[in-house]
Design a protein around this ligand. Structure first.
Ligand SMILES: [Zn+2]
Length: 292
């Protein structure tokens, strides 16, 4: 977690990462289109931060980005949370991490948070929305507006969400019932001057990337459009967690173009080593990830 305290400047904003957990996952399981030779070709920069020493595993991280900007404290995505029943996934189930202590070490107390911006309502992006107090799930950040796509909330009204309803009930519904939620329409758009939601569907129907603009610079939080840096070299490798893998790769190429064209600093959701960087095009037009 050596990158935890790195502070990035984008215009007037300062941005830092607070990590909840890191883990390895079988690379061939993560990517249905996995090609071992394409993976091995990048071993020199993937190992050890982004791939295990034998190259069998892809290393991933779950974290929150903390933004201080314009007298506001803003969080982007909130990890898995502690003490939550997740029978569908051991890496999410009944965690007991010092996430709030790490947030405090970054200078943030829960009541300081003004905005919680959420790329999508999956288990590893909404967990710390709430915490257990006297047997009840209550908003962790009582003074914050929680902002997410209306389509993501609507997904939980469909039968497809049946085995994930517990995520909605313990991590999303309490903030809605507390009157703290703001929803973004399918077209995305400006939430506040300087903060914009960009539709990037595919990983899930209502997935949004989030852009912060300040002083002529852009910070792009692209969410789960990309899970691992190998996807910059293999833009058509969608993850096994993507609901519509074809649409996910369309959104991936689109956000790569956008990031490259605008020189955005990109803040990723799951890169295990340095999680921030930029997208460049090399001379033959292929995308290249540059850690920063
Ligand atoms: Zn995720």
């Amino acid at each position: 977690m050596s990158t935890q305290s790195t502070i990035y400047r984008v215009g007037d904003a300062s941005i830092t990462r607070v990590t909840e957990q890191t883990f390895g996952i079988d690379a061939a399981r993560l990517f249905p289109d996995f090609d071992p030779s394409a993976w091995r070709a990048h071993a020199s920069w993937l190992v050890p931060d982004h791939a295990g020493p034998s190259l069998a595993s892809a290393q991933l991280s779950v974290h929150t980005w903390v933004i201080r900007w314009d007298d506001r404290v803003i969080l982007v995505d909130t990890g898995c949370g502690n003490g939550k029943d997740r029978p569908f996934g051991a890496i999410f189930h009944q965690l007991d991490t010092p996430y709030l202590e790490r947030l405090a070490a970054a200078g943030v107390q829960p009541e300081d948070v003004d905005l919680v911006l959420i790329t999508h309502l999956h288990v590893d992006h909404v967990g710390w929305n709430t915490r257990l107090v006297d047997g009840k799930w209550v908003p962790t950040f009582p003074n914050a507006r929680y902002v997410f796509a209306a389509a993501e909330r609507a997904y939980y009204e469909t039968p497809a969400a049946a085995n994930r309803m517990m995520v909605f009930e313990d991590s999303v519904l309490p903030v809605i019932e507390a009157g703290l939620a703001d929803e973004i329409g399918d077209e995305g758009g400006v939430y506040l001057p300087g903060i914009r939601f960009i539709p990037t569907p595919g990983h899930c129907a209502g997935h949004m990337s989030i852009e912060l603009s300040s002083g002529g610079e852009r910070a792009l939080f692209w969410g789960d459009v990309v899970h691992h840096p190998i996807q910059v070299t293999q833009p058509d490798w969608s993850s096994s967690f993507c609901a519509d893998r074809t649409q996910a790769s369309v959104s991936r190429r689109r956000i790569f173009d956008y990031a490259a064209d605008h020189g955005a600093r990109v803040f990723t959701s799951h890169f295990a080593g340095t999680s921030a960087g930029r997208i460049r095009r090399n001379t033959d037009g292929a995308f290249v990830w540059q850690f920063a």
